[in-house]
Design a protein around this ligand. Structure first.
Ligand SMILES: [Zn+2]
Length: 177
């Protein structure tokens, strides 16, 4: 039997919510301003130089703040902010401490029920972040014009690794990218 929580997470669609947020917050011709989304929700976004450089972002729903790692590049921070907003919008209780592994590898190797739920919550936040920052139609359009993946990643303000994952996902869906 599939756990109802896992089932509900798997059947919800992060692309839909991301699309709605982009529609609400994006000025035509501009890159999506994530700080505006956070601000509108009453979330304070801070940057701190964490001792543990592996940590990419924190979200406290109780205190309504997100903290990003000051050691990270601007694009890494942007992706981390989108990921934490994913946790915020998906109404999963608690605080989140998200490290490199959870954010970039989806924490696949987990076995206990608790860890499996956590991994799915992380996977979900990653999918949301990619949907928010790299919409299929825009990525496809840029792919036609940009000559390198690095240029494309810079255009969208994301780490190259994240762009590559999105391109891979799009190939699986039948896009010729
Ligand atoms: Zn996370």
């Amino acid at each position: 039997m599939i756990d109802p929580f896992i089932e509900s997470m798997l059947s919800s669609n992060p692309e839909g919510l991301a699309c709605r947020l982009r529609f609400d917050y994006m000025k035509p011709g501009y890159i999506l301003n994530l700080s505006r989304i956070a601000e509108h929700e009453g979330i304070k976004v801070k940057v701190a130089n964490f001792k543990n450089r592996d940590i990419k972002g924190l979200l406290s729903k109780k205190h309504m703040w997100i903290v990003l790692n000051g050691w990270d590049s601007a694009n890494e921070q942007r992706y981390a902010l989108a990921h934490e907003l994913g946790h915020y919008f998906f109404h999963f209780p608690g605080n989140f401490i998200c490290n490199q592994d959870l954010m970039y590898n989806d924490g696949i190797n987990v076995f206990s029920e608790h860890e499996r739920k956590k991994a799915i919550v992380e996977l979900y936040a990653n999918r949301f972040a990619m949907a928010l920052l790299l919409p299929f139609d825009e990525v496809y359009r840029e792919w036609l014009f940009a000559s390198t993946e690095e240029q494309m990643a810079e255009f969208f303000g994301v780490p190259v690794y994240v762009l590559r994952r999105r391109l891979q996902e799009m190939r699986g869906l039948g896009f010729h990218v």
